[in-house]
Design a protein around this ligand. Structure first.
Ligand SMILES: [Zn+2]
Length: 54
């Protein structure tokens, strides 16, 4: 199982509803999202997993 890259992504509970920048799935308030600190984009767990694979 691929781990989420903790250097690239910051795990964060969303204070508001947002859309995943990868798949446009809604991430609802309080749900954990993964913030790409370099690009300033927000991803759901499954997209963060995908983007952690190299
Ligand atoms: Zn996504």
């Amino acid at each position: 199982m691929e781990a989420i890259d903790q250097v690239k992504f910051e795990e964060e509970a969303m204070p508001i509803d947002v859309l995943c920048d990868g798949c446009e799935r809604e991430i609802t308030v309080g749900e954990t999202a993964y913030v790409d600190k370099e690009e300033g984009l927000i991803y759901c767990e499954s997209c963060a997993h995908n983007k952690s694979e190299n």
